[in-house]
Design a protein. Structure first.
Length: 267
């Protein structure tokens, strides 16, 4: 089990992270009463003016709400020589970790030109990276070496990564034994209804001990795969591939389980 840990830091102040490239005679226009949405991406492509300020930039911690005059200017002339109509703009934002949509609605009776448009934000940077590795040599000898590289980007500490590795080693160091069960799906209307509503990952109880002797008692399983076979209108069978719930025991069910007494928090 290999887990990469990335460390982050956030800038203390907001700064300009995106500038709309069309200015001067190329300033974009918004007709009277219409709306335009501009998407500010971050990080920008290499070579952009603002990009040099953000070495190892990873994402945005918080976008600043677009402010008139500071972030956007509107004018009746593309080169800014006409009447300032910035106050006639209605502005709204939609913010994510890597872009912000800037929606501008022209409330002026004339077409206006956006002579300035920028976005400000506080930036989150990647500062360092390390890796935690854990191995079960007994499993490697018995079943061959298998490697899993975690792609989770937000494991906060080395200790957390180590615990994650140990948890998954316990779960996967030995192959999970699957049970394949075939039943007549259309035995009756109740069975057919139940069969058709079951889905992958559903938890079911299998009663296969009283007549088949397959199990010592009723057992709970997770459904890993479902296959339906219809030979004719009177012959419909379904096959379930099942994994035992006891391989993933002690899940915490909110409002039901007693934490630490009969269950624990896992990954």
């Amino acid at each position: 089990m290999n887990v990469s840990i990335k460390f982050y830091e956030t800038d203390s102040d907001a700064d300009i992270v995106w500038i709309h490239a069309e200015t001067g005679t190329n300033s974009p226009s918004i007709p009277a009463g219409e709306t335009r949405i501009y998407r500010a991406f971050f990080p920008q492509l290499a070579g952009e003016t603002t990009q040099a300020l953000y070495t190892n930039a990873d994402s945005i911690n918080a976008w600043s709400t677009t402010a008139t005059t500071t972030d956007v200017l509107a004018n009746t002339a593309a080169n800014g020589s006409g009447t300032n109509t910035t106050g006639d703009l209605s502005i709204s934002n939609t913010k994510t970790s890597n872009y912000m949509d800037i929606s501008l609605t022209n409330g002026n009776a004339s077409t206006v030109y956006i002579t300035k448009l920028q976005a400000r934000a506080t930036v989150t940077r990647s500062t360092d990276q390390t890796q935690i590795t854990a191995t079960d040599s007994t499993s490697a000898t018995a079943f061959g070496k298998r490697v899993f590289d975690s792609e989770a980007p937000f494991i906060p500490t080395s200790e957390e990564a180590f615990r994650w590795c140990q948890y998954n080693l316990v779960r996967f160091k030995e192959p999970l034994q699957m049970l394949k069960v075939t039943i007549p799906a259309n035995r009756n209307s109740t069975t057919l209804s139940n069969v058709l509503t079951l889905d992958i990952s559903d938890r079911i109880t299998l009663d296969a001990h009283t007549k088949t002797g397959l199990l010592s008692a009723d057992k709970d399983f997770f459904i890993e795969a479902i296959s339906h076979f219809v030979a004719s209108k009177d012959e419909h069978t379904v096959q379930f591939l099942l994994s035992p719930v006891n391989a993933f025991t002690k899940f915490w069910v909110l409002g039901v389980s007693l934490l630490t007494d009969e269950t624990y928090l896992g990954y």
